[in-house]
Design a protein around this ligand. Structure first.
Ligand code: ZN
Ligand code: ZN
Length: 348
């Protein structure tokens, strides 16, 4: 089979590799579409070393068709359309024991810790599969994993029907949060970023949101003004690598400052630099901060919403490219991040 092998950091080659074997409980997936994620960019740049080592095949957001099944597989059959939840948890550590798999101390992902979906075939465990209804296209199914991040986060934040929301960062995760939050609340949603084109993309998809460009306006002051000094019920931090803007709080502190008393901050951005916060700003509000990592079974919920037309997958996909063009796709995402949200690799 052919696969996009990361041969050296920053160098992909579309080459012949052995097709994975199928164990007793395994299912061989013929990959149709795979999405490129922010963490793939990190793997590509070598930031995840030594967790990831070259040569490897990334890709943890993928969908495809069942090509072969092991003798003990009973829930799917050949030719069925499926999507893969890439998480592998240990089941033994303290968080796993209480059913909190995203916090597994040995958490692994297909496409990060083992070879993934930028390949014609991937072999996965049967329990990682979700069947797809006919009306979800392969392009849209490749987005289910990134949507699951947003749906898990709104669950962690306990987002309620009439809540007001602030989303700091409108990259891929910010968009996932926006679309997930809109399925839950009809109230005001603020989107904050420093890249104007990303705010435009969000506004195009959801004209009723309020966008704030943090280089031009003070997001906290804006939110306080729009909510008559009350603040929002829930704020999400999805910036990660924040650029310091003079006279503005970092995004985590901004989240704390823009929520109402007893409000909720949910953090998802995987920045590498400590972000100082002033604890009394949190204490005075008797507010909460929760963290959200990966997903925990939200695939079913996303599939239902996609099938019902409650999400806007079209606004997510900036471009589709072929397997041999994987290198070009990564170059584009790196050089023109303001232009591209999600690039999909069409494998079959
Ligand atoms: Zn991802
Ligand atoms: Zn575990």
């Amino acid at each position: 089979m052919k696969a996009a092998v990361l041969e050296n950091y920053r160098i992909f080659s579309w080459q012949e590799v052995p097709r994975p074997t199928v164990g007793e409980c395994d299912v061989l997936i013929q990959v149709t579409h795979a999405g490129i994620c922010g963490s793939d960019m990190h793997i590509y740049n070598g930031d995840f070393y030594p967790r990831t080592r070259i040569p490897m095949i990334p890709g943890h957001e993928f969908t495809g068709i069942v090509a072969d099944i092991g003798p003990k597989v009973g829930t799917v059959s050949r030719g069925e359309k499926v999507v893969v939840d890439p998480i592998i948890w240990c089941g033994k550590c303290a968080p796993c024991q209480i059913g909190r798999y995203p916090a597994c101390t040995k958490l692994k992902l297909i496409g990060v810790d083992v070879n993934g979906g930028f390949a014609e075939y991937v072999s996965v465990k049967e329990r990682m599969l979700y069947k797809l209804p006919e009306n979800i296209t392969s392009r849209h199914a490749a987005l289910i994993e990134v949507y699951s991040i947003g749906f898990h986060a709104i669950k962690r934040a306990g987002l309620q029907e009439n809540d007001t929301v602030a989303i700091w960062g409108t990259g891929r995760i910010g968009h996932s949060l926006l679309q997930a939050a809109r399925t839950r609340t009809n109230n005001t949603i603020f989107c904050i970023d420093i890249i104007e084109s990303r705010l435009q993309m969000a506004k195009m998809a959801y004209p009723d949101i309020i966008t704030i460009n943090a280089t031009k306006k003070d997001p906290v002051a804006c939110i306080q003004e729009e909510t008559n000094g009350r603040g929002v019920d829930v704020a999400f931090e999805a910036v990660g690598h924040a650029r310091v803007i003079p006279e503005r709080p970092n995004p985590v502190r901004g989240c704390i400052q823009c929520i109402r008393g007893t409000g909720m901050v949910c953090v998802l951005g995987l920045g590498e630099i400590p972000a100082p916060i002033l604890l009394k700003e949190l204490i005075w509000k008797e507010a909460s901060i929760v963290a959200s990592r990966v997903n925990q079974g939200e695939f079913s919920e996303v599939i239902q919403h996609l099938a019902a037309g409650n999400l806007k997958p079209g606004t997510f996909i900036s471009r589709e490219m072929s397997g041999p063009e994987t290198q070009i796709a990564f170059d584009l995402l790196e050089k023109e991040p303001e232009k591209y949200l999600k690039i999909l690799i069409k494998i079959f």
